[in-house]
Ligand binder design. Structure first.
Ligand code: HEM
Length: 403
């Protein structure tokens, strides 16, 4: 496990905790996500609202080249803000932009040379100057932001009011378990869970979408087929919902192929064995760090016809029906499988379809070269910054509410 993340999270929250703390925080968070509308129409409507904001961000560019990074990150961040804080932020709210910048800095720091140096020489690092000091300073700033949100929630809440977001639910749980000496529900864990939701969701979901847009410009025939299917199945003014993926097998296959081909978390999250273990004839000593090689499954030639090609047919049968594959595991597998899988899948589907219903994407004229193979390895594998043109497909009268 990364000493950098140990320093940041300690044994709190979900991602890096174990045993009783992990079990309780994970169970509670999953239940809360469901209570907040995961798998139901209510949360989908929040995602749709953000997708519509994103469409507007692209629309104002009127087809001119733009770097989609900030707009995509802002929209994805606002979905998690709705879940955690119960409200969204305006795209030019300075505090919100600062929060996002610090989150990106945290995520990207680990992929930098200093991030790696930190992980190797962690006991010495507090004594040395360097960018890690700035990163930890910023982390403290984010904690203060969350502390303030928790305080505002506490003051605003009228006794007996139903909980509206993760912070409300969590504070109720703290109150319910206050006399239980074994309870792991406290403000420290609440802050960590909130920040983990941000860190685990923003970078992963936005990176997947950014790869998706890039593949669409690189494979315009795929983009056209998706748009044809969307136009044939949905009325122009029809509001899309996650359930519609069943009527859109090609589009669904493309989104799965984006996740397979991009393999954005190639090694999963590093885990540590708690005791000496034998696994398939291998001895794993206590304390060994283990990375699940997710790319080996996502690119396994025994499971994929053309593993090194972007090929949506990997998820289609001869009749063009969608088929799931057991080797498709971008969210990992087992007890530690991504807690936000269902939320992420819903977001990817609604954002991706909303964008492709509204625009045709292409590269700026002078940049029509193969660029999708260039990437940056941070905590996730993300594309190099790029410019894209979003050309509106419909006039405003034609353009439906579902974007
Ligand atoms: C496309 C988007 C996403 C991808 C590809 C992704 C991928 C992953 C992967 C590979 C893991 C590591 C699992 C392991 O250790 O074996 C993970 C863990 C986790 N993810 Fe995601 N994730 C995504 C979105 C989200 C979202 C939206 C959330 C928001 C709640 C989230 C929350 C978490 C949490 C809390 C864990 C830790 C689970 C645990 O340790 O029990 N993720 N994710």
């Amino acid at each position: 496990m990364s000493p950098f993340f140990i320093k940041v999270f300690g044994d709190n929250g979900i991602v890096f905790s174990n045993g009783h703390t992990w079990k309780q925080q994970r169970r509670f968070s999953l239940m809360t996500l469901r209570n907040l509308g995961l798998g139901k129409r209510s949360l989908e409507m929040r995602i749709l609202e953000e997708a519509q904001h994103l469409v507007k961000c692209f629309a104002v560019q009127e087809g001119k080249p733009t770097d989609p990074y900030m707009s995509v990150v802002n929209s994805v961040s606002n979905v998690i803000c709705a879940v955690v804080f119960g409200h969204r932020f305006s795209m030019d709210d300075k505090l919100f932009l600062r929060l996002i910048n610090v989150m990106s800095m945290m995520i990207n720091f680990r992929g930098t040379a200093w991030g790696r140096i930190y992980d190797v020489f962690s006991p010495l690092m507090p004594l040395l100057p360097g960018p890690h000091k700035k990163v930890f300073g910023c982390w403290e700033e984010v904690h203060s932001f969350v502390r303030e949100e928790i305080k505002v929630h506490r003051e605003r809440r009228v006794a007996g009011d139903p909980p509206e977001d993760l912070i409300d639910y969590y504070q109720d749980e703290i109150a319910k378990t206050k006399d239980d000496a074994t309870s792991v529900f406290n403000e420290n864990n609440l802050r960590t869970v909130v920040l983990e939701f941000f860190l685990a969701s923003i970078e992963t979901t936005s990176t997947s979408l950014l790869w998706g847009l890039l593949y669409m410009v690189e494979y315009p025939d795929v983009q056209e087929k998706v748009q044809k299917e969307l136009d044939a199945v949905l009325e122009p003014s029809e509001i899309i919902c996650y359930e519609d993926r069943k009527r859109l097998p090609y589009t669904n296959a493309v989104i799965h192929e984006v996740q397979r081909y991009a393999s954005i978390v190639p090694g999963g999250v590093g885990r540590q064995s708690l005791k000496d273990t034998s696994f398939q004839g291998f001895f794993i000593p206590k304390g060994a760090i283990i990375f699940g090689n997710l790319t080996s499954a996502l690119y396994d030639p025994e499971h994929w016809e053309t593993p090194r090609q972007f090929n949506p047919s990997h998820f289609l049968d001869e009749e063009g029906k969608f088929v799931n594959k057991e080797a498709f595991m971008p969210f990992s597998a087992g007890h530690r499988v991504c807690l936000g899988e269902q939320l992420a899948r819903t977001e990817l589907f609604i954002f991706f379809t909303s964008l492709l219903r509204a625009f045709t994407f292409h590269l700026p004229r002078n940049e029509e070269k193969k660029i999708s193979s260039d990437y940056v390895l941070g905590t996730t594998v993300h594309p190099l910054p790029y410019q894209i043109c979003a050309v509106p497909r419909w006039t405003s009268e034609h353009h439906g509410k579902g974007c």
